[in-house]
Design a protein around this ligand. Structure first.
Ligand code: AMP
Length: 462
């Protein structure tokens, strides 16, 4: 199957050629012909599956075919996205894919100047990507109207509901013409999303790729049981490549549950000479963009994030996801580890689980049908961290200050152990015994999968 066979126009094919997209992804192969026919669509797919192109490419052609003028102070295609980062990514894709069509693309997100948004939308645009709050601000100020919309896309609809955008969403949809094409994408399918689809879509076609709970099949998943107050020391070991599975760490995304927690982890890493940035809702837009740019370029390859900030971000080359804290919603775990193992690459997810998080771990294993392999703490871990003085670096704690840290934990680098390879619990015989000894440990490192059995994920249940 090629993009040409799906019926896309020459200008779009040319743009795809430049991006070196040779073959449509499964969601693209399913969705593109349906969207080209003007059908409403209910898509179950996550970021990383190619869903942006799945709705954007055929919509660009539909807009070209309809050949209407760009409406004054309005748009022809409206894409609502939950986060600023995702909106930015979608707008960039729209510009890339529509580069030979002459269609105008704009994006508006919170945290930036409303005045500038007003000016840039004054003459209208063909495609607008927006977060709901900012869009409503402009509508309320009568700086923008929604009566020109021909195509409405609700992207990551489940996340929009989680973030409390339901009222904004309802208001926006009520202002969009009834005669329109609506495309709704969601990574999960809770009842609230079915309700939304029932209200807003007309006889929709359903498309779905890899059930939500099994998208992370290429990710090797491990868990280490550790006390909450020892997690920072373990993270430090991991980031120095001195722990199982931590050898080739190219880009590491660390997840905490709270914004404050993310800042604390970054600060403590800085005190130990490891540079990292945090990304969360309390950071300004320029701070978020800077942290992402440094992470993407590999200049600061450790990013500590909360779930909401990281959702939907497409960063190639994330080798490791570390769950410093477990999410209390099991689906969130799947989103987190989905940040790695993108575009056919392998990835590693390491989860630090304290006693009071065991129930969360159980929920995750039930949802995904995967039993995480247990990794042991290094033999001398506790003895050493108890005696370790913390060196407070002078100067900017955010800067890398290798060599200034206390001799905190110095086990033999596990990655140097003979026979070390990805996917296998490594380490000393004693460590291996402990790795394999737990209920969940399994020699060989492959996560045991129990798909199609009880609790095999929302998709299976739905
Ligand atoms: P998305 O799910 O839309 O965020 O896309 C995930 C990533 O896959 C993005 O970096 C896209 O540029 C890339 N991508 C989308 N479709 C294709 C394709 N057919 N071939 C290669 N890469 C693609």
């Amino acid at each position: 199957m090629t993009f040409e066979e799906l019926g896309l126009s020459q200008p779009v094919l040319q743009a795809l050629d430049e991006k070196n997209y040779a073959t449509p992804t499964p969601i693209q192969a399913q969705a593109i012909p349906l969207v080209l026919q003007g059908r409403d669509l209910f898509g179950i797919a996550q970021t990383g599956t190619g869903k942006t192109a799945a709705f954007m490419l055929p919509s660009i052609d539909n807009l070209r075919d309809a050949d209407r003028q760009t409406p004054f102070k309005s748009c022809r295609m409206l894409i609502l996205a939950p986060t600023r980062e995702l909106a930015g990514q979608i707008a960039k894709s729209a510009r890339d894919y529509g580069g030979y069509t002459g269609l105008k693309v704009q994006s508006i997100v919170g945290g930036t100047s409303v005045g500038k948004d007003r000016n840039k939308l004054h003459r209208g645009t063909d495609i607008l990507v927006a977060t709901p709050g900012r869009l409503l601000d402009l509508v309320d100020q009568k700086a923008f109207r929604l009566d020109g919309v021909e195509i409405l896309v609700l992207d990551e609809a489940d996340q929009m509901l989680d973030l409390g955008f339901i009222h904004a969403l309802k208001k926006i949809v009520s202002l969009v013409p009834v005669k329109r094409q609506t495309l709704l994408f969601s990574a999960t399918m809770p009842q609230s999303i079915r309700d939304l689809a029932g209200q807003y879509l007309r006889s929709p076609e359903h498309v779905s790729v890899a059930p939500q709970a099994t998208t992370a099949e290429r990710v090797e998943q491990f868990v280490t049981r550790v006390n909450q107050d020892e997690k920072q020391a373990l993270l430090d070991l991991m980031l120095r490549g001195r722990y199982h599975q931590c050898k080739d760490m190219d880009r590491v995304l660390v997840f905490t549950r709270t914004k404050h927690g993310a800042d604390r982890v970054v600060k403590k890493l800085g005190q130990q000479g490891i540079e990292a940035n945090a990304i969360h809702g309390n950071k300004s837009q320029p701070q978020r963009e800077r942290a992402l740019a440094l992470f993407r370029s590999g200049k600061v390859p450790v990013l500590v994030a909360t779930d909401i900030a990281a959702r939907g971000i497409d960063i190639p080359g994330v080798s490791h996801v570390i769950n410093f804290e477990l999410p209390n919603v099991p689906e969130q775990y799947v989103h987190r580890i989905g940040r790695t193992a993108r575009a056919g690459a392998d990835g590693i997810a390491l989860t630090l689980c304290s006693d009071d998080e065991r129930a969360y771990l159980r929920d995750i294993q039930k949802l995904t049908g995967v039993t995480l392999d247990r990794l042991p703490l290094p033999d001398d871990f506790r003895a050493v961290i108890e005696n370790a003085p913390i060196v407070k670096p002078k100067g900017n704690p955010g800067q890398a200050q290798q060599g200034r840290r206390a001799k905190m934990v110095q086990p033999r680098p596990l990655s140097e152990h003979s026979g070390a390879r990805r996917g296998k619990p490594q380490g000393s015989g004693e460590q291996r015994k402990r790795a394999e000894g737990g209920n969940h440990g399994k020699p060989g490192g492959g996560n045991r999968r129990r798909r199609n059995r009880g609790g095999g994920g929302r998709q299976a249940r739905g």
